[in-house]
Design a protein around this ligand. Sequence first.
Ligand code: GLV
Length: 313
Amino acid sequence: MTPRRALLYHPGEAHVYARLVKAPRHAISLDVCSTPADASARIAEAEILYAWKFPSHLLAKARRLCWIQAMGAGVESFLIPELPSRVIITRATGMFGAWMAEYTLGWCAWVTQRMEAFREAQRQRVWRALDPAPLHGRTLAIVGLGEIGKTIARAGRALGMRVIGVSRRGGKVRGVAAVYRPSAMARALGQADFVAVVLPLTEETRGLIGEAELRAMKASAWLINIGRGPILDEMALIRALAERRIAGAILDVFDTEPLPPDHPLWTLPNAVITPHIAGPSVPSEIAPVFNDNLRRYLRGRRLRFVVDRRRGY
Ligand code: GLV
């Protein structure tokens, strides 16, 4: 049997991922690449692509490709018209909810426990008794109630928050007090003390939260974006923050990443910038998904976590 050609691509940790691949040597021959130039030289031969931040423009050269296993949850960079329809895309899932729940609730607590103010007072050796605010009893609106959104919902409830949400279909979700459709976004956001955006980027979600939705939010509310930058209208968000129409924003994702040094978001005092780390891809957490799918692929069985290319996730 001729081994199947697989291309593993990761700009920083390709060899770490490669060491975790479990497959009989005769079954696959693995090309390990960490630069676009390397990948460009190999992609035409690859039947399988296992990748993180793969340069989209190289997919047009992927003549033999049959399956892409993404190392992350969001797959919008693979969903380009040049990718032949025979190519199956699978994503990594199951490991990000816990990370993103810790990020979301951690930053909510940063707000309510006034962590920044206490550290600043400490630096000045000042005993400043500010009252914390509660998270219990506050409303957390989760925009996007997939596996990640539901995990965040459970964490919010565990802290006594009232959790509401927005999903494509608006169907009931256990433990979520009310679920709205995107057309009722403003109604959901208007009730929230914290809004967490956890959507994938698709044609339907691009620009979903704009001026009108931000105006629906309470002046005391915080917005947390851990989905994708373009889901929010960044200019509308900057205006809302500068005019203090919302209390603040915790932002992990942006229209342009890395966020350019001269970007106005860096200097807004009520914006917190983190560099796209809310749901990290950890090789040891991603590898079992790939290995399981690889075993299935080699046996001609159905893969898990297949992306619906029309839906976009
Ligand atoms: C990270 O943003 C991912 O899509 O996994």
